[in-house]
Write a new protein. Sequence first.
Length: 342
Amino acid sequence: MHIESGVGLRTYNTFGLPAVAHTLVRIESDADVRGVLDHPTLGPAPKFVLGGGSNIILTRDMPQVVLKVEVKGLRLVEERADAWIVEAGAGESWHDVVMWTLAQGYPGLENLALIPGTVGASPVQNIGAYGVELQDRFESLDAVDLRTGVTSTLNTRQCEFGYRDSVFKQSLAGRVVITRVRLRMPRPWRPVLGYLELERKLAELRLTEPQAQPSAQQITDWVIAIRRAKLPDPARIGNAGSFFKNPVVTPEQCRDIIGRDPEIVHYPMPDGSVKLAAGWMIDACGWKGKTVGQAGVYEKQALVLVNRGEAIGSEVMTLARAIQESVYGRFGIRLETEPVIV
């Protein structure tokens, strides 16, 4: 357990926002969490769990004890007839895990390539992209209770996954530290190609190879290329990925909006609801490329807010609220933010 004081957090959040943690503890094991709880000063203090910082907006300094999760480790836990089960430490880079599983011959995470952040954050947000969500590849996880220090294993049902949601953003928010996640890669592997961009890539492939079935590595390469073409690299331009959730509406609401905006991008969902493209709505309201202070809307994808240089959290939130009001005024839809606002 490593305890540090007065730690600047600009490099610990992908938006590059300035904030200071009065106390930061590096967590490398379940025992480190229990060590914090047993500490005479740190134990009673409020806690904040920090992973890769890819899904937070810091608007102030952090008086809480910041638990920086750095649990490492990657291994095949079990090889079953229907799946490979892989365990990853919560501090591992999500994209590194995707690439490791492919290299080991355990496909299934390819649609989730290049998503920033750590493994421990993936179930909190129920990350998803191009037709696959974390819950589709989830087996179980270990989490340490921040009151008792007891480690528990939670399954899919207990995690209560929803669209960019889970029990860790609801009843367990701030109450546990996720230390390990186990992922299930189904056997036999089948490609997931339902999204328009992937269907286009498949069509291009079959122009030259009519009967071709893409490999997991090809899909990985496609997803990486698509994401790099429209999303900024946090190492170069500070951002937190998609800033707003794609709203889900009833078919009646969708028909009403289509009546006014026939070109709105929308996706029918298995349960009969309809997902609307928040980025399209933001773009339609004229926000793409606009700036408030040092916070701006990315020129290539209106769903992403970016740091133009020395942005502070209040500027980001001023821009976000202005976008929300604009979209609500035109479409009657209140956009929800994806990142955690601190």
